[in-house]
Design a protein around this ligand. Structure first.
Ligand code: CO8
Length: 298
């Protein structure tokens, strides 16, 4: 894949990601089937609704079966965030999942299996950009975690401002189980929530926390029954929006500045590491075995 063909992907995704105008309330879905490897067409993968009264958008991640983060899917999310950011009437976004019992299972592992160097590079850059957008957005962000939230899933939830999770699911960074290491900026955003030692310990072990432990540690802010997660997220969002937007955003910027500065100065090196590391034969073998183990557990 060349930069030109990525430009084409972004262009196609852009055409698909339609953020409803303030007066529209119905869900909008987006068509892009030929670019996606998932069982869901890209048309169905991301749905955005906007509620004029609350001034809150909901981004439904619906890339079945597990919201695996492929290049096209990340691009769609990124474009949608950009559009919401620019929609002045929008003050907040709730990120929810349309996949049963899974908020997000992380990166689509297929992106890392026998990749072309060009696609791998664009994939990682796009992921870095999406994380930065979410981590720094002026919008109030709430993750409605109705199921497992693993690795790249935790990247999304930990970049948000507030998290509501259903009980009896798993959340955290399990990258070492795949023979890979989470990038420093993702580690930083988890460390900001649960502190150094818990991050170090769980990172080294690839430990996934139960919802209940995640609540105790601060990796999520509330645990409520699964059918109430979205309602709770909406109620919490309404409460958060009582704080004046600019003061809230400036406070967030202040608190996250160090993480962002570190990210900006290290992102090129991080990209090089990823692009050089993933194609290594030993890593490819481990990734293959991991995928096989996922299939064989059935
Ligand atoms: N990518 C691609 N496919 C996946 C992924 C994934 N991350 N997760 C699951 N799938 C596939 C499964 O293989 C299965 O495919 P098929 O139907 O063809 O057999 C299908 O999705 C459904 O999965 P399950 O049957 O396992 O569904 P369950 O509901 O039983 O379980 C889980 C859901 C708990 C989410 C389970 O699928 C799981 O544990 N998945 C693996 C999650 C994981 O390990 N994610 C880590 C991804 S790597 C990542 O995000 C790293 C970020 C930083 C990288 C740093 C690099 C240097």
């Amino acid at each position: 894949m060349t930069m030109r063909s990525f430009g084409l992907i972004r262009q196609c995704c852009n055409a698909l990601v339609r953020v409803p105008l303030a007066r529209e309330k119905s869900p909008v879905s987006l068509p892009i089937s030929h670019l996606s490897r998932s069982l869901t067409t890209a048309a169905e993968a991301l749905k955005i609704t906007y509620d004029e009264k609350s001034e809150v958008a909901t981004m439904h991640l619906c890339r079945k079966p597990v919201n695996g983060l492929s290049l096209e899917f990340i691009t769609q999310i990124s474009i949608a965030l950009e559009k919401l950011e620019n929609e002045r009437s929008c003050r907040g976004v709730i990120i929810s999942s349309g996949c049963d019992n899974v908020f997000c299972a992380g990166l689509d592992i297929n992106e890392m299996l026998r990749p072309t160097p060009e696609r791998l590079e664009i994939f990682w850059k796009t992921l870095q950009d999406m994380w930065l957008q979410l981590f720094t957005t002026r919008l109030m962000t709430v993750a409605a975690i109705t199921g497992h939230c693993i690795a790249g899933g935790c990247l999304i939830s930990s970049a948000c401002d507030h998290r509501v999770m259903a009980p009896n699911f798993k959340i955290g960074l399990n990258e070492v189980k795949l023979g890979i290491v989470a990038p420093f900026w993702l580690v930083d955003s988890v460390k900001n929530l649960i502190g150094y030692r818990q991050t170090e310990w769980s990172l080294m072990k690839g430990h996934l926390f139960s919802s209940e432990d995640a609540l105790r540690l601060g990796l999520v802010d509330k645990v409520v029954p699964q059918d109430q997660v979205v309602l709770q997220a909406e109620a919490d969002m309404a409460e958060w929006l009582q704080v004046p937007d600019s003061a809230r955003h400036l406070s967030k910027t202040l608190m996250r500045r160090d993480t962002v500065v570190r990210f900006r100065s290290g992102r090129e090196a991080d990209l090089k590491t990823f692009v050089n590391y993933i194609p290594k034969e030993s890593i490819q073998k481990t990734l293959h075995s991991y995928v096989e183990s996922l299939k064989s557990k059935k």
